[in-house]
Design a protein around this ligand. Structure first.
Ligand code: CTP
Ligand code: MG
Length: 222
């Protein structure tokens, strides 16, 4: 059954602070959304790709993405959850979904292929995970520390996140917001399987992240 990648690229990029939506900001001369789509195609694990972008950038996105019947651009929504929901609606025939942030522009194709392989092996929800390097604390509204979860049990979660299509559709029928797709699946009580993530799948969120990404691209060229 077909593997459809959904690429949320409709965010505003407020934290990055460039003068255009983040997915259209270039890294090493290429817009992030194009890098993300090229990575998905290079994985060889994806049959189709739906890219969700801001309404005013649909035509620009079509122009900068590879001209392929396998790649389609649709309008995203106000929250990331709305964008993913629009992507699901555009690919109702999928057997599996891989939800993959445009902002993780340098994700190695091999990681994408590993997530797809775990789905084919029978896991219904698969996410890449890395150990957390900082100590993480919970705080109250005044900033006073209320707890320190055991770091050994914590993971930083990346994309692509892979799901059996019926499971992700069911998760999105609920109307709650979450910062990742697996969070919605967890609320249904479904088991989410982790695989080792990759540092190169980091999310470009801040100006410092963009500097890191540029440096990585330049180093890869020389
Ligand atoms: N995204 C989306 N639709 C939204 C919000 C986010 O498709 N309404 C996408 C972003 O384009 C990005 C991914 O979800 O590829 C991860 O979101 P994030 O890193 O938060 O990107 P932005 O929302 O653009 O950044 P910010 O929160 O700083 O504005
Ligand atoms: Mg955001």
């Amino acid at each position: 059954s077909p593997v459809v990648a959904l690429v949320p690229a409709a965010g505003r990029g407020v934290r990055l602070g460039e003068n255009m939506p983040k997915a259209f900001v270039a890294v090493g001369g290429t817009p992030m959304v194009r890098l993300a789509v090229d990575g998905l195609l290079a994985s060889g694990a994806v049959d189709r790709i739906i890219v969700m972008v801001p309404v005013e950038l649909v035509e620009s996105a079509v122009a900068l993405l590879p001209p392929s019947d396998a790649v389609r651009v649709v309008v995203g929504g106000a929250e990331r959850t709305d964008s993913v929901r629009a992507g699901i609606a555009a690919a109702p025939d999928a057997g599996y979904y891989l939800v993959h942030d445009a902002a993780r522009a340098l994700t190695p194709p091999a990681l994408i292929a590993r997530v797809a392989a775990e789905l084919r092996a029978g896991h219904r929800a698969v996410v890449p995970a890395l150990p957390v390097v900082d100590t993480v604390k919970t705080v109250d509204p005044h900033g006073v520390v209320t707890g320190t979860p055991d770091r050994a049990a914590l993971r930083a979660i990346q994309t692509p996140q892979g799901f059996a299509a019926d499971l992700l559709r069911a998760a999105y029928e609920t109307n709650v917001l979450a910062t990742d797709d697996a969070g919605l699946v967890e609320r249904l009580g479904a088991e989410v399987h982790t695989i080792p993530g990759d540092p190169m799948a980091f999310k470009i969120t801040t100006p410092l992240d963009l500097m890191l990404a540029e440096t990585v691209c330049n180093a890869a060229r020389s």
